[in-house]
Write a protein that binds this ligand. Structure first.
Ligand code: SAH
Length: 359
């Protein structure tokens, strides 16, 4: 599919034509990754963050956020609970919190891996390559780091470097993660002020160009305590160019990603479930997605991991969230996958690389 083809679909408003896109994405999903939906238990370990991303409610200068850090026992307990729900993966996500050291995570990862059978996915922002290596050795399996937008100017604007002398290079980190041997996931927000149709088409092409194992996409949701919560007119692209942060744009991006990257794992994200709590996940799973990440963060911390307002499931216990998700999947007549649910894309590449080494 060319840039032009992608632009055609992104701007298409013809319901009949879009039905063809949904059907093709769903058929490709079924043929490439099957009918199972895999569940990943999301644990929001800390909402401390040293960064000043203009889109995210965890940004360091948001003084209205009551900060927390889970302790190691609490994180390991969440992993045990994930096992009791039958999940094959836990995702440990946090703001960029260097108070949680490389060693601290190493200990938590080793404990989870020795006490449970789950795969461990990390989503901890831009950490040092030495730490990423250490965590892989401790047993971590996957890493999620969205590049947020492939437009470098826009990225610099919304994601300032840690210090003025540093350069935030998520593409470079993704390469490092892949070299270390992680199953690698990335993704973007849809409808960031300043994101054009051409940018989003480039993002989708980048997913396949970067040969990712997992792709996470969701609508941008403004947070009032951030600069992009009160954008100025100059933050936006020209009206004919600006991508809207809508549900429809998210489905289109999911469907196109499935067509371009048939074997990736593609979650129906929480941000989508937030803007359409009734149907967002279900429609995503019918238009290319094959993963759900139920939140299993202890209730007392959940409301405080406010990357954007109104986050789905923010007042539920892990049991309630699990019950709802399982119900949703069974109502759709789909089954929940058992086991770790590794990315078929990663498995295929691993076999291929091993084979190439033997030659
Ligand atoms: N500190 C980690 C985890 C951040 S939260 C990291 O930077 O990778 C995970 C994702 O939530 C981010 O990558 C971003 O794409 C998304 N996100 C953050 N703020 C958002 C907002 N206001 N609306 C929608 N998605 C948002």
């Amino acid at each position: 599919m060319t840039h032009q083809d992608i632009l055609h679909w992104l701007t298409c408003e013809d319901d009949g034509e879009l039905e063809t896109l949904w059907r093709r994405a769903d058929e490709t999903r079924a043929a490439s990754v099957g009918d199972e939906i895999y569940l990943r238990g999301l644990v929001e370990v800390s909402n401390y963050c040293c960064r000043l991303c203009t889109y995210c409610g965890l940004r360091a200068d948001n003084s209205s956020l009551y900060r927390y850090r889970m302790d190691a026992d609490e994180v390991v307990d969440c992993a045990r609970q994930a096992v009791s729900f039958g999940y094959g993966t836990v995702v440990l996500q946090a703001g960029e919190d260097f108070h949680l050291s490389g060693e601290w995570f190493e200990d938590v990862i080793s404990r989870i891996k020795s006490e449970t059978p789950v795969a461990v996915t990390l989503s901890l922002g831009e950490r040092k390559p030495a730490e990423l290596e250490r965590w892989k050795k401790a047993g971590a399996d996957r890493y999620l780091l969205r590049f947020e937008t492939s437009n470098r100017n826009l990225f610099d604007k919304i994601h300032p470097p840690r210090t003025p002398n540093e350069y935030s290079d998520r593409m470079d980190l993704l390469r490092t993660l892949s070299e270390i041997g992680y199953e690698v996931g990335s993704g973007v927000m849809i409808g960031i002020p300043g994101q054009t149709w051409a940018d989003l088409a480039n993002d989708i092409l980048a997913f396949s160009g970067w040969d990712l194992d997992m792709v996470g996409v969701g609508p941008f949701i403004p947070h009032p305590a951030t600069p992009l919560g009160n954008p100025s007119p100059s933050d936006f692209a020209a009206p004919t160019e600006q991508v809207p942060a809508t549900e429809l744009m998210t489905y289109k991006t999911l469907a196109l990603t499935r067509l371009l990257c048939p074997t990736v794992n593609l979650p129906a994200t929480t941000a989508l479930a937030t803007i359409n709590p009734k149907q967002g996940r279900e429609l995503a799973l019918k238009r290319g997605a094959n993963i759900i990440m139920p939140n299993i963060t202890p209730l007392k911390y959940r409301t405080r991991y406010e990357i954007y307002p109104g986050k789905a499931a923010k007042n539920e216990t892990a049991e309630e969230t699990n019950g709802k998700v399982v119900g949703q999947v069974s109502r759709m007549g789909r089954t929940i996958g058992s086991g770790r649910g590794d990315s078929p894309h990663y498995r295929k590449n691993k076999v291929l690389n091993a084979h190439l080494k033997e030659l």
